[in-house]
Ligand binder design. Structure first.
Ligand code: HEC
Length: 204
């Protein structure tokens, strides 16, 4: 009798386990189904084409008057490169430190060097592949550009140069400009850190 009860218990346990496995499997299959209405939702990949809008683009322009979501004042010269009269600022809106210049050197290497070249003379690798040669950034023209104008060129591009605004955020734009100014001061890429006096000169 004891033996029989044992067998009976064993059987019901097995059934229970079997049920559990079946239910989990069913959930697994349903979870994987690619046809579920949650799985296939209409969406656009960034900058993909779309026939929904007449201009064929899925991306929309910002609504006029849109301001960046930040606690900083949207008119802060550090974000616009402009003074309160709308003119390009001629001085750095952030302190020029050795750390800023070295950050700029790194970012210039990532985003600008490929076209402008290591010493910013306009002889980057892209040019050897046929990309239009950019002007010399160490020449007298760009030396005379207000800082805010260079900020504006990085933000919005100019002529054949694309905008780097969405890849290079405002603090890094100033870092790159400080590095450009450092190169203009020393005549090319830095082989040693700027002296305190040189840093002070850039920050003026
Ligand atoms: C894909 C190549 C390319 C890259 C990358 C690039 N530029 Fe340019 N840049 C150009 C070209 C080409 C011009 C000339 C544009 C024109 O006026 O037609 C130019 C112009 C400029 C000018 C204006 C020079 C003048 O005399 O008018 C500045 C300043 C400048 N670039 C800075 C930068 C900085 C800083 C970066 C990195 C954030 C950068 N560029 C990245 C190609 C590039």
């Amino acid at each position: 009798m004891k033996l029989l009860t044992g067998i009976h218990n064993w059987h019901s346990k097995k059934r229970w386990l079997g049920g559990l496995i079946l239910v989990s499997f069913a959930l697994f299959i349903v979870g994987c189904a690619e046809t579920g209405s949650m799985y296939t939702q209409p969406y656009n990949r960034p900058l993909s084409a779309s026939n929904f809008f007449p201009d064929g683009r899925s991306a929309r322009n910002l609504v006029p008057g849109t301001v960046p979501q930040t606690t900083q004042n949207a008119n802060d010269p550090a974000l616009t490169g402009l003074d309160s009269n709308g003119n390009f600022i001629t001085t750095f809106p952030v302190p020029v430190t050795a750390a800023l210049v070295s950050r700029g050197e790194e970012r210039f290497g990532i985003y600008c060097k490929v076209c402008h070249g290591q010493d910013a003379h306009g002889d980057g690798t892209a040019v050897t592949f046929g990309f239009p040669k950019p002007p010399d950034l160490l020449g007298s023209d760009v030396k005379a550009f207000p800082d805010g104008k260079i900020f504006n060129i990085i933000s919005h591009g100019q002529g054949k140069m694309l905008s780097y605004g969405y890849r290079v955020k405002p603090p890094d734009r100033w870092a790159i400009i400080s590095y450009l100014r450092a190169m203009q001061l020393t005549g090319g890429h830095l082989t040693q850190p700027l002296t305190a006096a040189q840093l002070q000169q850039l920050g003026k």
